[in-house]
Design a protein around this ligand. Sequence first.
Ligand code: FCX
Length: 437
Amino acid sequence: MSTLKKVLAEKIAAHRPRTTRLAKEFADVSLGESTIGQAIGGARGIKCLVTDISYLDPMEGIRFRGYTIPETFAALPKVPGSDYPYVEGFWYLLMTGDIPTMEQTLEVVEDWKSRSQVPQYVIDVLRALPRDSHPMVMFSSAILAMQRDSVFSNNYAAGKFNKMTCWEDMYEDSTNLMAKLGPIGAYIYRMKYKGDTHIDADPDLDMGGNFAHMIGQSEDYKNVARMYFILHSDHESGNVSAHTTHLVASALSDAYYAYSAGINGLAGPLHGLANEEVLRWTQNFMAKLGGELPTEEQLKEALWATLNSGQVIPGYGHAVLRKTDPRYTSQREFCLNTEGLKDYPLFKLVSMIFDVTPDILVEQGKAKNPWPNVDAQSGVIQWYYGVTQYEFYTVLFGIGRALGCLPNITWDRALGYAIERPKSVTTDMLEAAAGIK
Ligand code: FCX
């Protein structure tokens, strides 16, 4: 058994009594009541999910296993010759809560390599789809297609379900899936945008480095990939992709069914697709100006025109955050510290948008959070390095998001979380509760 799986087994055994005790002895303790506004308004703020993988404070932003973004990047073992950590070490952290040693990290690197071969039938599925299908359709289909290889589902069908040990099958499925997501993304990218020519994995590279290599990118982009996947990994459990993954898995569906569904949620423009939308918005705007940077007045006009046409400003606002997303700040700092990027016109425009948008959203008076989220800053980095096919950006998000969703459903299984089934009411009932009927 790998060190990671052994440590995970110990952590699970130590954690189980806490969950059991809470469920048995304190099940009636209230976490707050739900309101009519929450029932109609997307369950905002209702506390009914449990995760220890990450926590999102509205003012501070995300902590992964208790670590802020800068703390996470500082603590994890770094890829030799790079200031950025191994994605594989981050996986170890999210799974176990422990910062791995270099040795433990390298064990995961090797484990992923041994599981990273994409089956030919997945390639066949990808090639059978119309070439103009959205890359998220391809990505989700590829994940779903691999369900036939699910260790959990195959054991379940063989009558080998055991509530105490079934997390191991989920762990195996999750690791098998995670190890293939980078190569699948790279295949989609090169099939769609690089003349259907492909590059084999380099056995000497880590996951992030290999992704850069397999899409045909530069040495510098390797760090971009590592940073991007880590930053997009987890944002506690209530966001659409994480919640969908958890919800589907709660029916004892396996990791393939669950994460394919999560990817479909990530593909919505109010969620992960917003990074594509940000680039579309900024590129269309720059094109209208003939490639020139706008004046502040022109920019304000364009932002108001978007709002007045009933659309949202992509990359701004958040359901939980009430300040600038630290994932935005981290990427902005990357731009400011990267020669060439800090003076890049698109980065300048994104910075101008950052300067004027919050005031406009406040003036409009609708958005509860006028500050930028992760999606407002991610696309400009991709564009700068030559990944200009912005339709593809949400696939990048989806590779990263799996680093959070898959440990979450492994723990869900380990702690025996129940099938999810919130209660619905009718409009008549709401009116009766409001005293207007
Ligand atoms: N531009 C214009 N209007 C906005 C807005 C924005 N960026 N953000 C919120 N609003 C509007 C909402 O549309 C809503 O209007 P309504 O009353 O007419 O329905 C009102 O402000 C209140 O919404 P609010 O409570 O602040 O936000 P929600 O929790 O409902 O929604 C999202 C949160 C993120 C969906 C919302 O801010 C939004 O649409 N932002 C733009 C899309 C985006 O960037 N999504 C990515 C978010 C994230 F980081 C991710 O998941 O990747």
